[in-house]
Design a binder for this molecule. Structure first.
Ligand code: G16
Ligand code: MG
Length: 214
């Protein structure tokens, strides 16, 4: 059994993926093109600036001016922050609290491993700011997923070997990052999309400790 679990935030603990999508879609509309849900899969787990690059390439738009790009990313983030500032603990995904409490009861350490720089705001909104043993977010890393840095840092701070960690991820980039960190990975979401994970669950509802027995 894994000694620690590392949870991605967006799309695993809460469905903020839908707010990211809305904000990117709004930016695309302003730039004059459509951005679909399928396109959005490519942005999940990817850093803000890399997401912008992907978005621009989808729209066939080329911008060389770095400060213009920063301004667009900031615009998107302002909308996103507006959306997530309204979040409540009701938005914690089904089964998540039961599963986290089950891990705690079994002495399994828990951490957040997110690319998002808005992690603390989200955790505060949903009342989980002081719940995790370790939080590694976008403000503490230099390389975005699929680089394993975020998960390796979490393991290090938890004082647990990477091989003894299970990562929970909803994104293709995140699954790759977990594998590169030599961790077990449970995909949360669509089986087709997340086929590279060791296991895939549709949700946390009804999951028990066997899920992290390997
Ligand atoms: C999240 C999302 C990504 C987002 C990234 C950066 O990562 O999945 O779509 O682009 O964070 O977020 P922000 O713009 O808030 O810094 P994760 O790792 O929690 O899934
Ligand atoms: Mg995610």
């Amino acid at each position: 059994r894994s000694k620690a679990c590392i949870f991605d935030l967006d799309g695993v603990i809460v469905d903020t993926a839908k707010y990211h999508y809305l904000a990117w879609k709004r930016l695309a509309a302003e730039l004059g093109f459509e951005f679909t849900e399928k396109d959005n899969e490519r942005l999940k787990g990817v850093s803000r600036m890399e997401s912008l690059e992907i978005l621009l390439s989808i729209g066939g738009i080329r911008i060389d001016d770095e400060s213009k790009k920063m301004a667009l990313a900031e615009k998107k983030n302002n909308w996103y922050v507006e959306y997530i500032s309204q979040m409540t603990e009701d938005e914690i995904l089904p089964g998540v609290m039961d599963f986290l409490n089950l891990l705690k009861r079994n002495g399994v350490k828990i951490a957040i491993g997110s690319a998002s720089k808005n992690t603390m705001l989200i955790l505060e909104r949903i009342g989980l700011k002081d719940f995790f043993d370790v939080i590694i977010d976008g403000t503490k890393i230099t390389r975005a997923k699929p680089d394993p840095e975020v998960f390796l840092k979490a393991a290090e701070e938890l004082n647990v070997a990477p091989e003894e960690c299970t990562v929970f991820e909803d994104a293709i980039a995140g699954i790759e990052a977990a594998k590169r960190a030599c961790m077990k990975v449970v995909g949360v979401g669509n089986r087709e999309t997340l086929k590279d994970a060791d296991r895939v669950i549709e949700s946390f509802v009804g999951q028990d400790i066997e899920l992290i027995e390997w």
